[in-house]
Design a protein around this ligand. Structure first.
Ligand code: ATP
Ligand code: LTN
Length: 335
């Protein structure tokens, strides 16, 4: 079975973009793939954080992943910092990635723009992500569109390493949903819906009350004209709603466009509100049950970390050996 790996940061409340672009597909991937999913808490350190909040959010995101349908018996679910190999491999790969490459990353440019002080961690973020992926001989990385460039960089680093030191890493590829790879903010549909940018009215949270979900969607900014046509350039608001509709009904954008052809925007909003509320309802209900037992969550995450570590350790050792680092006891690439 092909290996799948993906991650989510505990930087804020999980939103509809995370759910459609990533998490709902992970749930399907569990049965078609040998799958690992990770709460990437070390990545959350690349922007200022509050320690108590980070701890709480790490548990919350892990619980939400299970509430959405990830089953620790069918996939490996763990917290990144529980597997030290991620940080260790990052140091090795730091020496294969270049300053120029990291400087070109659009996520770095966006997140560093206007900041008085930019941490080395924020700059190095994509190398830690490459380590996450390469440590598990990953074939596929299910992500939203904003991660395309990071997975490309991961491929470049893997190929470079393999070229210099012999076959070591599997070269992974990113996969994207057919609709909903980039869900936009409902109040500002030219910006991505995001966890850490504050836009409470434009961001539908997975744990929002159904009434709040419906209200946010009904108040979504639409475009001039009244035709429900998919054209992200000139009709970003309506296109986003059509994309949400297609993603949540499992249909194509063209089919959603046909369904609302000739109707007012209001009909589209009502339908999107309905399918969104129904998609999130079971997640919200299950979350309430699971959150009542944090000790069980910690137990499951400990098992996940142990499973992940048993896969990561031999890959790290392979990379160390191929790079010529002397192994304890004297073994090296040439012995
Ligand atoms: P932050 O705002 O803190 O950068 P984020 O909301 O972008 O966070 P992540 O934890 O970085 O979320 O991402 C988890 C997954 O969700 C990734 O695969 C990412 O590509 C996907 N994702 C994030 N936002 C969207 C979106 N608006 N539409 C579709 N997929 C998204
Ligand atoms: N960089 C991603 C989160 C992330 C990830 C990963 C995704 C960290 N490590 C490995 C896929 C595979 C983000 O900002 N959404």
């Amino acid at each position: 079975m092909p290996r799948v790996f993906s991650g989510i940061k505990p930087t804020g409340d999980m939103h509809l973009g995370n759910y459609i672009g990533a998490v709902s597909r992970w749930v399907e991937d569990q049965d078609r793939h040998d799958a690992l999913f990770c709460v990437v808490d070390l990545h959350a350190l690349t922007v200022p954080w509050n320690p108590a909040e980070l701890t709480a959010r790490t548990r919350e995101v892990a619980t939400l992943l299970m509430a959405a349908g990830l089953d620790p018996d069918r996939c490996t679910l763990f917290v990144q910092s529980h597997v030290p190999e991620h940080s260790i491999l990052t140091w090795l790969l730091n020496n294969l990635a270049t300053y120029g490459e990291l400087h070109r990353m659009t996520q770095f440019k966006d997140k560093s723009k206007g900041q008085e002080s930019v941490s080395v961690g924020l700059f190095d973020y994509p190398v830690l992500m490459a380590s996450d992926i390469l440590l598990y001989d990953t074939d596929e990385v299910p992500v939203g569109d904003d991660q395309r460039q990071h997975v490309e960089l991961t491929r470049d680093i893997a190929q470079r390493f393999n070229h210099r030191f012999g076959d070591t890493f599997v070269v992974p590829k990113a996969t994207f949903p057919p609709a909903g790879a980039r869900i936009m903010d409902l109040q500002n549909p030219t910006a991505k819906m995001s966890k850490s940018d504050v836009s409470p009215e434009g961001t539908v949270l997975v744990l929002d009350d159904p009434k709040v979900v419906a209200k946010k969607i009904k108040r979504a900014v639409t475009d001039s004209g009244s035709e429900a046509r998919y054209d992200p350039e000139t009709k970003p608001g309506v296109s986003n709603l059509l994309e949400l509709h297609a993603a949540l009904t499992g249909g194509t954008i063209a089919a959603s466009e046909r369904e609302f052809a000739g109707l007012q925007y209001g009909a589209l909003k009502t339908a999107v509100a309905e399918v969104t509320v129904e998609a999130l309802r079971p997640v919200r209900e299950r979350y309430a049950e699971l959150a009542a037992d944090p000790a069980e969550l910690d137990r499951l995450l400990a098992i996940g970390a142990e499973k992940a570590r048993s896969m990561a350790a031999p890959v790290l050792e392979r990379a160390y050996r191929h790079a010529g680092l002397l192994m304890p006891g004297g073994a090296s690439a040439t012995t």
